[in-house]
Design a protein around this ligand. Structure first.
Ligand SMILES: Nc1ncnc2c1ncn2[C@@H]1O[C@H](COP(=O)(O)OP(=O)(O)OP(=O)(O)O)[C@@H](O)[C@H]1O
Ligand SMILES: [Mg+2]
Length: 225
C-alpha cells in the first residue's frame, strides 16, 4: 500500500524567553497504509509537535506535508480543515472532549456524513472501542482511559485513511492496552495508516515502523515493510 502521508524537510523551532529551540530539523517521514508507525523519543524531543504538523494542526517553519497526493503547503485554513476532516483522524494527548456533551455527541461532532446515519455510526464506533454502555455519559463521568477511547471513536467517525494518536495508551491498564493495540492493528489491516506517539515499549514493539526523534532528526529503527 502506498504512502498516505509524507513529511519532507520539515523543520520547526520555537523562541521561548529569548532562547531559540530547534525542535524538528529537516524531518523526512513516509507513512504507509496498512502499517502502524510509532514515533518515540525522550520527553521534549518533538513527538507531539511532529504529530500536530502531520495532522495539519501546526504549520512547519520549513518543509511540506503531503496528504496522499495533496501538497498542503499552499493551502488556506478552509482547505486544511476540509482535508483534516475527511482524511485525518486525530486523538489528542489531552483528548479534547467537550465536557458539556455526552460521549455519543462528542463522537458525532466532526461527522460530515448523512445525518440519518450518524447516530448509528457513532454508537457502532463506541461499541468498537468497548464503550457501548457509556454512550450517554459526560466526559467528566468517564475515566481517563474511557475518555481516550471516546476520542478514538471520534477520530474514526469520518472513516479517515490516516489516524494520528498522541500517547493513546497513556491512561490504560494492561488489558485495555492490549485491546487498543488490537484495534489499531485491525484499523491498519483495513488499509489505514496509524501513527502513534508513545513512551511505552509494548506499543512501539507492536508497531511495524519506529521513528526515533531527537537531536533534530528522525531515524527509522525498524521496518517490517
Ligand atoms: N508553543 C510552544 N512554544 C514554545 N515552545 C514549545 C511550544 N510547543 C512545544 N514547545 C517546545 O518544543 C519541544 C518539543 O515539544 P513536544 O511537545 O513536541 O515534545 P514531546 O516529544 O511530545 O514531549 P512529551 O513526551 O513530554 O509529550 C519542547 O521543548 C517544548 O517546550
Ligand atoms: Mg508530547
Amino acid at each position: 500500500m502506498g504512502e498516505l502521508l509524507r513529511a519532507r524537510g520539515v523543520s520547526k523551532s520555537y523562541a521561548l524567553r529569548g532562547r531559540h529551540v530547534d525542535v524538528l530539523r529537516e524531518v523526512d517521514l513516509d507513512v504507509r497504509g496498512g502499517q502502524v508507525t510509532a514515533l518515540v523519543g525522550r520527553s521534549g524531543s518533538g513527538k507531539t509537535t511532529l504529530l500536530h504538523i502531520l495532522g495539519l494542526l501546526t504549520t512547519p517553519d520549513r518543509g511540506t506535508v503531503f496528504v496522499q497526493d495533496v501538497d498542503t503547503s499552499g493551502l488556506g485554513d478552509g482547505a486544511l480543515a476540509d482535508l483534516r476532516r475527511s482524511r485525518l483522524g486525530f486523538v489528542f494527548q489531552s483528548y479534547n472532549l467537550l465536557p458539556q456533551h455526552s460521549a455519543l455527541r462528542n463522537v458525532l461532532l466532526p461527522y460530515t456524513g448523512r445525518r440519518s446515519a450518524g447516530e448509528a455510526r457513532a454508537r457502532a464506533l463506541l461499541a468498537r472501542v468497548g464503550l457501548a454502555e457509556r454512550a450517554g455519559h459526560l466526559p467528566g463521568e468517564l475515566s481517563g482511559g474511557e475518555q481516550q477511547r471516546v476520542a478514538l471513536a471520534r477520530a474514526l467517525v469520518n472513516d479517515p485513511p490516516v489516524v494520528l494518536a498522541d500517547e493513546p495508551t497513556g491512561n490504560l491498564d494492561e488489558a485495555s492496552e492490549d485491546v487498543l493495540l488490537g484495534l489499531f492493528r485491525e484499523l491498519a489491516d483495513e488499509g489505514r495508516a496509524i501513527v502513534l506517539v508513545t513512551h511505552n515499549p509494548v506499543v512501539s514493539q507492536a508497531a511495524d515502523v519506529v521513528h526515533r526523534l531527537g537531536e533534530g532528526a528522525t531515524a527509522t529503527e525498524r521496518s517490517t515493510a
